[in-house]
Design a protein around this ligand. Structure first.
Ligand code: 2NL
Length: 344
């Protein structure tokens, strides 16, 4: 009996020391198995109780239970201490430093062409013109014939147009076919529409010409639409777009679908008219073409040219953007180079 009590005492001391020394979960589990497990030291000692005198068993059993309880308490305490350490380490590792500066969110932006298109449409909307959207894929008739551009006209050149494999179907070379559609839709009501959209021409791509570009055309048709109205409206547009003090001039020109036809220049927005590389020392920038709708075209839109008249104009937003910022190469617009796009 003395011997078994001795073994229990030294087991208690040894196991307690081992538990204290266990630094992590794995070591603690090894210690537990070694001393308290089913095949551990304590279990072996308890099996030895069978050899004792039955009178001695209760006293030994009491000591054994005490040792066991003490060790289980020590195990639980150690386990809690290890878990606390693990938690502390995790908290320290995952701590969010709310004083760090935030990571900047990259801001997207509108394409320079979209920006100018929206500005142009906004100005025209303020003047009572509604946006009319039309298809990019057109018929040869809408794109050319109905606009007074017959076969063999220079603008019909094979190399200037993207034809589809379907006979008589092509990519529009200007937004004007949409104007015919607008007229046919609203006739005989008076109309004021603006037509923004992509146009396509089969050309050698150079610094000055692209195979695709935007156009914004406008059209006003009514019973008393005059050349005076054309001039006043376009001068107003130029003042809203380029500044109220901007000088404006009209020069005679020619388009197949207008008669008479003109081009409008504004005082150079880079040099204020003094002369620079952008205006080629002229002091003026050409920003749009315009004219009174040709009677034949009015007729093709469904209006009686004896009772109705109209004015029309067309401008290139990429060209205006180039003039505004002194951009020398139109290819930048669709090259998708962020060094260009991020400047707007
Ligand atoms: C330019 C010139 C212009 C038009 C477009 C038009 C359309 C119809 C009838 C009459 Cl349906 N005219 N459009 C008129 C004059 C000029 O554009 O240089 N654009 C970039």
């Amino acid at each position: 009996m003395e011997q078994i009590l001795q073994r229990l005492t030294s087991l208690g001391v040894e196991a307690e020391r081992a538990l204290q020394g266990a630094a992590d979960r794995a070591v603690l589990e090894q210690v537990r198995v070694r001393y308290l497990g089913r095949k551990g030291t304590l279990a072996a000692i308890l099996r030895g109780m069978a050899d004792l005198d039955p009178v001695e068993r209760p006293a030994v059993g009491k000591v054994a239970n005490e040792v066991k309880r003490r060790l289980e308490a020590a195990l639980a305490a150690r386990r809690e201490a290890i878990e606390a350490t693990v938690r502390q380490a995790a908290l320290a590792a995952e701590r969010v430093d709310v004083t760090l500066p935030g990571r900047p969110v990259p801001m997207g932006r509108l394409h320079p062409s979209t920006q100018i298109l929206r500005r142009i449409c906004q100005i025209w909307a303020d003047m009572g013109f509604q946006v009319y959207r039309s298809r990019d894929v057109e018929t040869e008739e809408m794109n050319f014939e109905l606009l007074n551009i017959p076969a063999h006209h220079p603008a019909r050149d094979m190399w200037d147009t993207f034809y589809t494999t379907t006979e008589g179907v092509l990519l529009r070379t200007h937004t004007s076919p949409g104007q015919i559609r607008a007229m046919r839709e609203y006739c005989p009501e008076p109309i004021r529409v603006i037509l923004p959209g992509m146009c396509y021409r089969y050309e050698q791509i150079t610094a000055r010409s692209e195979i695709q570009f935007h156009q914004v055309e406008g059209l006003a048709v009514g019973r008393h639409v005059t050349m005076t109205a054309l001039k006043g409206t376009l001068v107003d547009f130029a003042h809203r777009m380029f500044g109220a003090d901007r000088k404006v001039r009209f020069r005679a020109s020619h388009f197949p679908f207008t008669e008479p036809s003109a081009e409008m220049d504004v005082e150079c927005i880079i040099c204020e008219g003094r002369g620079c590389v952008v205006c080629k020392q002229s002091g003026w920038l050409e920003i749009l073409g315009c004219g009174m709708v040709h009677p034949e075209v009015l007729h093709n839109g469904g209006y009686d040219p004896a009772a109705f008249s109209g004015f029309a104009f067309g401008m290139g937003p990429e060209r205006i953007t180039m003039l505004k910022h002194g951009i020398e190469d139109i290819r930048y617009f669709w090259a998708n180079d962020l060094r260009f796009l991020e400047q707007f």
